[in-house]
Design a protein around this ligand. Structure first.
Ligand code: SF4
Ligand code: SF4
Length: 444
């Protein structure tokens, strides 16, 4: 096992994983209507490949883009395209075009859905093409197209592939259950990703609060060469790419636009690896994912395998519905998740969890004045000074917001978590970043 090095800053929030960590993955009900957003990834949105009235089958490609940085989308059900119209995107908080399909309940597979082979039987180019065609993206939440990740530009040498099973975000247990129940898929997918990227050394990184998952992956690794495990002390935000690289390899990724490949590393989530292995075995593209549905307001917190395009309201109903009036719905976890204003958004490729907090859990204390205690600076894992970014944002001093490296912020929430004055620092920093961005676009 690998000796880990750790990273600077970070926090140790209550993990609250007990609600679902022992709940085996079960299949969610099939959606009667699937809302497939045409933009679920980092990069260019897809164009629809179908029109209203078309009959589509499970696994059929219904949206694609010619852009290099993009990921195709596929139908999760068989049935008729009812409409193509804008629908709310749960991560962006605005409407984007979506293909809406009324299921016929038959789950008829598309002809393209046939087993593809194994990591050993396929060439590097073949695996890359399968990844591209399957619409695979990073399932940890970043949604960066995997086909791009495993195709490093010429001149960049990658020596290590990190499989991210840290799952440091409180409440979420989807990756934990995948490693526990589908360790063979994680290992098979890891081998395929490594072959696609041309990397011989892989490390599966797991936090030490998932001892059973470590054992399951160890068993699946018996007789496999080139892959080992790193067990990491539980520490938020260890699952963030740059912090993981620092913690496991001691390498420092340069500030943006610096990338992991600048230090010879590619990082991919364990759920992404398992999804690729499923595609290789069955031929099914990315049409479902594991979602942790949790929080005090959910009747039966669960880990569900959900078809992409299922409405949040149906997923929550599948878990027994709500206990009374909810306080807050978040897609993802409490630290880096996105608060939702409607339950009528669909599950997208980046939906790792749905957290429904009770009104008591969701209650936020009123912020007071900064007392210059410096705790936010200590907690920031990327060495920023959140108090100053916030103050300059409030004052509208945009050159200073930029000078204090607001763009380096990974929005992990550590600063706000430790702030004794309860200042919503992340919201302020986000505001500063958005303003800087629109000023750049507007040439100000
Ligand atoms: S400033 Fe950004 S990166 Fe630093 S702790 Fe706050 S949210 Fe995290
Ligand atoms: S933690 Fe809060 S109170 Fe302390 S310096 Fe930072 S912003 Fe100010």
């Amino acid at each position: 096992m690998i000796a880990v090095k750790g990273f600077r800053g970070g926090v140790h929030p209550p993990t609250n994983k007990h609600l679902t960590e022992d709940k085996p993955i079960r299949k969610a009900s099939e959606p009667a209507r699937a809302i497939v957003l045409l933009s679920q990834h980092t990069g260019a949105p897809c164009e629809p490949l179908v029109k209203v009235g078309d009959y589509v089958k499970v696994g059929q490609k219904i949206g694609d883009s010619k852009a290099f940085v993009s990921a195709s989308v596929h139908s999760p059900v068989s049935g008729k395209v009812a409409s193509i119209e804008p629908w709310i995107h749960p991560a962006l908080g605005k409407k984007v075009p979506a293909v809406i399909i009324d299921s016929d309940g038959q789950s008829t597979l598309h002809e393209s859905v046939t087993p593809k082979g194994s990591a050993e039987s396929l060439s590097q180019e073949e695996i890359r093409a399968i990844i591209r065609e399957s619409g695979l993206v990073g399932l940890g939440g970043a949604c960066f197209p995997t086909a791009v990740k495993v195709s490093p530009p010429k001149g960049k040498t990658i020596d290590t592939f990190l499989l991210n099973g840290a799952e440091c975000e409180p409440y979420l247990t989807a990756d934990h259950r995948i490693m526990l129940e589908r360790a063979d898929l994680v290992v098979e997918g890891a081998k395929a990703l490594m072959r696609a990227a041309g990397v011989r050394k892989g490390i599966i990184c797991i936090e030490d609060n998932k001892a059973d998952a470590v054992k399951a992956v160890e068993r699946a690794l018996r007789g496999v060469s080139g892959l080992e495990i790193a067990v990491l002390p539980t520490h938020y935000p260890q699952g963030a790419e740059k912090q993981l690289i620092k913690a496991v390899l001691g390498r420092e990724v340069p500030p943006p636009p610096g990338l992991p490949l600048d230090v010879g590393v590619v990082v991919s989530n364990v759920g992404t690896a398992a999804a690729l292995a499923t595609t290789l075995r069955t031929g099914l593209p990315l049409i479902s994912r594991i979602v942790t549905v949790t929080g005090q307001s959910v009747v039966e917190p669960s880990n569900l395998e959900v078809k992409i395009g299922t409405l949040f309201s149906s997923v929550i109903q599948d878990c027994g519905g709500l206990k009374g009036e909810p306080g807050k719905l978040i897609m993802g976890g409490p630290m880096m998740g996105v608060a939702q204003y409607t339950m009528e958004a669909p599950v997208v490729k980046g939906t790792s969890g749905l957290l429904v907090m009770s009104p008591e859990e969701a209650r936020e204390e009123e912020g007071t004045n900064c007392i210059r205690c410096g705790r936010c600076v200590e907690a920031c894992p990327v060495n920023l000074m959140p108090l100053f970014i916030r103050a300059y944002t409030e004052a509208g001093k945009w050159d200073m917001v930029e000078r204090y490296d607001a763009f380096d912020c990974i929005e992990c929430g550590c600063c706000a978590y430790v702030c004794p004055a309860k200042i919503p620092l992340v919201q302020w920093i986000r505001l500063g970043k958005n303003e800087l961005m629109s000023r750049r676009k507007g040439g100000k």
